[in-house]
Design a protein around this ligand. Sequence first.
Ligand SMILES: Nc1ncnc2c1ncn2[C@@H]1O[C@H](COP(=O)(O)OP(=O)(O)OC[C@H]2O[C@H](OP(=O)(O)O)[C@H](O)[C@@H]2O)[C@@H](O)[C@H]1O
Length: 452
Amino acid sequence: MEKGQTEEVKASSSTDAQATTSAAATASNSAGSGNGDGGVVMVHGDIFAAPANSVLVHACNCVGSWGAGIALAFKQKYPAAYEVYRSHCESRSNPAGLLGTTLLIEPQLTDPGKHWIACLFASARYGKRVDTPDMILEATDAAFEHMVNQVANVEKGGREIGALHACKINSGRFGVDWERSREVLNKVVREEGNGRTVTVYEFEEVAPTKKRSSIRAKAAARTASSNTTTSFAELGAAFNETEDATSTAGLTYQPTKRAKRVAKHSSFLHRVASTGLTNSSGIKKKVRRSRGKEAKTRGKLVTSLSSLADALPDFEGFGDDADYEDIETDEVQAGNKTIGIPGLSDVNITIARTRSGNLAQAGVPKKMKSLGTKRGMKKKKEKLEVAERERFQKNAAVIMADQKFGFGSAEKTNEGATAVSTGEAASSGGAASGLQALRAFIHRNMAIQKAL
Ligand SMILES: Nc1ncnc2c1ncn2[C@@H]1O[C@H](COP(=O)(O)OP(=O)(O)OC[C@H]2O[C@H](OP(=O)(O)O)[C@H](O)[C@@H]2O)[C@@H](O)[C@H]1O
């Protein structure tokens, strides 16, 4: 091969790793260190497919970052080598002093790839603060020479090291025209490389970078969309078709949060209604939501109307059932209620109300539970009872007075033995007859006061 001449070897495709490898291997073998004048050999393919133990060359900054481009790929494939590079940079008080040198990292045991990695310090920094192309080329020249010398030293030391493989250094993030970098590599390898060849990879990047659309493209898109007329009906139909955004005639209808909420709510109502588990007034019955394992049943109604009805206590239109909380049915089953009258012993009185159904089922001890959830019902009941007691006492006093002075007649009943428990009433005949009169009075009175 003539001096300064480059040979181009093409692999069939960049995705065909096998073909690329063989192309690289061919280039590497034909170049064989120390044979001929050397130079740059261009191949198509992936640098990482180069034969094991060969040297992979790439350009680096001096900061210790392999954050983008091919450097990022190196970082992912050779994490241990990256650590060597990073600590090499960070151990310097002045990292920029690395410019024009090369860090040659031997294959790391823990890295999956078994390559030597040559880091050419071509720019002090990266990104917006990257060095100028001239500075980069100058540093590349020195660094590449440094690298070639190191490789020669490794060989001299009797250690095996493969051929040189490089990406199109400086042509990406560093923004240097590849032809200029190629000239530098050619010169160095010819002068210092002792006939070595550098295989350089023409790489077709697959990862698409999302381009920002130009102002002109945006304006064109706006015009196109303003020319498209879409009725609300069309939009509505589009929305019905799919739950999320739906595009129609190039337009995208994005439902608002409120629209989504309304749709969700009406769908829920529909689900409930379709199960037929609403009562006559349209009020939904209990809907139980399950968790964890029972997640499958989530959202399903797990009860029926009849079972809910069974669960409810009887309701006979007796509005103040709440007032009878905690009354044992064995007390009320027979329609009797014990009321304590101050000054008199407890008297069994007959409660005028009847409770068909519940009370008729005697023998089943049941606690009456409140139906009412109205606030203040308890106080209302207490107030009513106090008023009733006062009124009762007044009337009793009147009756007793009547009895004392011989007015009225007392019925004689057998109830006295059980109704009047002990005490004053039992010890006094007058009082007993008074109580009989009182009982009669209560009987009449309670029949009128249905609230109790
Ligand atoms: N698998 C592959 N096989 C073969 N060739 C491949 C390839 N993948 C990509 N290429 C090509 O390899 C060339 C170099 O292109 P790059 O932009 O990467 O490198 P560069 O030398 O211009 O710049 C270096 C700074 O870029 C980084 O990023 P940061 O500064 O950290 O942000 C570093 O850290 C440095 O500092 C481009 O032709 C790519 O097509």
